[in-house]
Write a protein that binds this ligand. Structure first.
Ligand code: GLA
Length: 378
């Protein structure tokens, strides 16, 4: 009898195990609303073969949710965002969005190419921020879903017209989000232009790996010996400054709240961390830029990129007025942080910074990976 029970147990365990391992990547599509201009918006839910999923809408290429398990298997949405399209249209601080034509700031909204001066909207005090009044975060992208053997993929396409938001050149942009079975979100950016222009694309998801009220107990490592100090309007001064013996040193994993209230002119100007770090190993292509870890849940997110910089923004402008999704609460100060891989802010006006110019005949490409995993209790 015992032998029969053991055999039956083994068979059922094998079947159960096959069931779980047989889960294949999949993509669901749902309507997400109509923009105020009357354009339909869809939401795509990408699922991999384990317990992770990513939700993306065609408005702004916005990631509306990333659901990942903790060390005990408890799945949580680790992003900030809204429940409705109108909230994203009305009052979003770029929650989850694709950012362009130029992510981050351009001083006074001005730059020149081949002796021609271009004037962009000054939508952030005296500066231009995140592509202007209607940047890539506020346009509707065309979506092409695709299931691969080891990933679920969503390609987003957008044609930015010549002089849209004041930028020269007709620019064809393609962004691929790929959720792989090893719990990575790969983001691949490509673009071509018919006239010399400037380009700096990034992704603006706000992360909170614990779901707690703020991110100050998260630990962060930034693979950077230097950072870009800024002026009062958050435009880099132009120098690359060592992080050594300063609150900006994250070369070893450090709790974000440890130094954030230090009496340092750069923390005063940013209202916390809101700076671009100069990543090490700039010539080896894709490498680790950051590791974000939540000791309470064990969730970890590694950021890899081939970009020269990463903007670490500690959610300093969140002020408790924006409604939290799936809750009656509101997003408090520093309840989420951004790790925006990018070229440096104001590069069009800083010849010493890596160029952000794109010429006809050139193929722009950039890659960033958000790789999720869990660590045991330390
Ligand atoms: C970027 C900027 C911040 C802030 C956010 C959006 O992270 O660096 O200063 O403007 O975008 O709120």
């Amino acid at each position: 009898m015992r032998k029969i029970v053991f055999i039956l147990f083994t068979i059922f365990s094998f079947i159960a195990c096959k069931e779980v391992n047989n889960k294949k990547p999949m993509i669901e599509k749902k309507p997400f609303g109509i923009t105020k201009d009357g354009i339909p918006v869809e939401e795509y839910i990408l699922k991999n073969s384990s317990e992770m999923s990513v939700q993306i809408i065609t408005y702004g290429g916005i990631i509306t949710a990333i659901k990942v398990p903790d060390r005990d298997g408890k799945v949580l949405d680790v992003t900030l965002g809204f429940e409705t399209l109108s909230e994203y249209e009305k009052s979003s601080p770029y929650f989850g969005a694709l950012i362009g034509r130029y992510g981050n700031r351009i001083a006074k909204g001005k730059f020149s190419l081949d002796g021609i001066e271009y004037n962009l909207v000054q939508n952030n005090d005296e500066n231009h921020l995140h592509g202007g009044t209607k940047g890539f975060d506020k346009v509707v992208w065309t979506a092409e879903p695709l299931i691969l053997s080891n990933a679920a993929q969503l390609k987003l396409l957008y044609q930015s017209k010549d002089m849209e938001e004041g930028y020269p050149g007709n620019l064809d942009v393609e962004v691929i989000y790929r959720l792989t079975n090893d719990n990575s979100i790969e983001i691949e950016y490509k673009a071509v232009t018919d006239k010399k222009t400037v380009l700096n694309l990034t992704q603006h998801t706000y992360f909170n790996l614990s779901g707690d009220k703020d991110i100050l107990d998260h630990k962060l490592m930034l693979n950077a010996d230097k950072y870009l100090p800024v002026d009062e309007s958050l435009i880099p001064l132009g120098e690359l400054t060592s992080v050594a013996e300063s609150p900006f040193d994250f070369k070893k994993s450090k709790t974000i709240g440890k130094d954030i209230e230090n009496n340092h002119i750069q923390l005063e100007r940013g209202g916390g961390y809101d700076h671009c770090w100069v990543l090490n190993d700039q010539n080896i292509g894709l490498r680790t830029a950051a590791i974000l870890f939540d000791p309470a849940s064990g969730r970890q997110m590694e950021v890899l990129t081939n970009e020269p910089g990463i903007q670490f923004y500690s959610g300093n402008f969140l002020d408790g007025t924006l409604p939290m999704k799936n809750s009656d609460l509101f997003y408090e100060n520093r309840s989420g942080l951004c790790l925006e891989t990018q070229h440096y802010p104001n590069s069009p006006n800083e010849p010493s910074f890596p160029t952000v110019e794109l010429n006809p005949g050139e193929n722009f490409s950039s890659k960033t990976i958000f790789k999720f995993s869990n660590r045991p209790l330390e």
